[in-house]
Design a binder for this molecule. Structure first.
Ligand code: URA
Length: 242
């Protein structure tokens, strides 16, 4: 048995908060009877109708997507820009797990499973994400040391798990740096580098935990296997701040 609002949101019909509103406003029928109390529980066998729509349990799906540049991580965009869900069959009701900026490329998961999303995004789970950043300028050793010592972002000290200078291009005055972080603040990588005086010209996320982009090209996706999903839960549990 699960809570009625969870059964509704699990179906992908709407968010849990919206489901609560439907319940309170007497818009939900369970086996033909109005249920307007939030504590009620239902089983898979119960017939649920929300605002005239029959709810069916949605199969959980998990994808790894290689996000191209110029695509927004959202389910819709009021400016009409292409979104990550535009690459998928629209009947799936998927949404992105977290965000990459419009101009950032690389790995992002999409799912219809709220529990998986919470697990992947919860800061306590410390899931590492590896980024490759192209910077304007040749980064020096003292800046790299400052990054390794930690940068204050949103009043919190962010200490990258790893910072590695991959190459420099003296002619074009650029550097390529691999940086691994386990939190996910807004524009975190760009802000980290800006704090030591470098602008990020290009940014790509290469991996999330042990999942990378191998076998994918820009704009393509693959399903995560159930085994991988289970391994991600185990991985998060392992990395968790105890
Ligand atoms: N950090 C950023 O600055 N941008 C992203 O897209 C992801 C992490």
């Amino acid at each position: 048995m699960i809570r009625l609002q969870k059964a509704i949101s699990d179906s992908g019909f709407c968010s849990r908060r919206k489901a609560e509103e439907y319940i309170i406003n007497s818009k939900v029928l369970v086996n033909g009877n109005i249920v307007n109390k939030l504590g009620s529980k239902v089983s898979e066998k119960d017939e649920i109708i929300v605002d005239g729509n029959a709810i069916s349990k949605q199969e959980k799906e998990y994808y790894v997507f290689y996000k191209p540049r110029g695509v927004i991580c959202s389910t819709n965009d009021d400016k009409g820009r292409k979104t990550v869900v535009d690459f998928f069959d629209s009947s799936k009701r998927l949404y992105p797990v977290g965000r990459l900026d419009y101009d950032t490329t690389g790995i992002i998961f999409l799912t219809n499973d709220g529990e998986f999303t919470n697990m992947m995004l919860h800061p306590k789970n410390n899931i590492p994400k590896v980024y490759i950043a192209k910077l304007n300028g040749i980064i020096n050793g003292s800046s790299i040391k400052k990054l390794k010592d930690g940068i204050i972002i949103d009043k919190v000290k962010c200490i990258p798990d790893r910072v590695k200078l991959k190459s420099t291009d003296k002619k074009n005055n650029t550097s390529i740096v691999e940086i691994t972080i386990h939190d996910g603040r807004n524009h975190e990588i760009k802000r980290i580098f800006e704090s030591v005086g470098y602008q990020v010209l290009k940014l790509k996320r290469e991996s999330i935990g042990f999942i990378n982009l191998s076998g994918l090209t820009s704009g393509k996706y693959r399903k995560l296997t159930i085994k991988e999903v289970k391994q991600l839960y185990a991985y998060a549990n392992d990395k968790k701040t105890k």
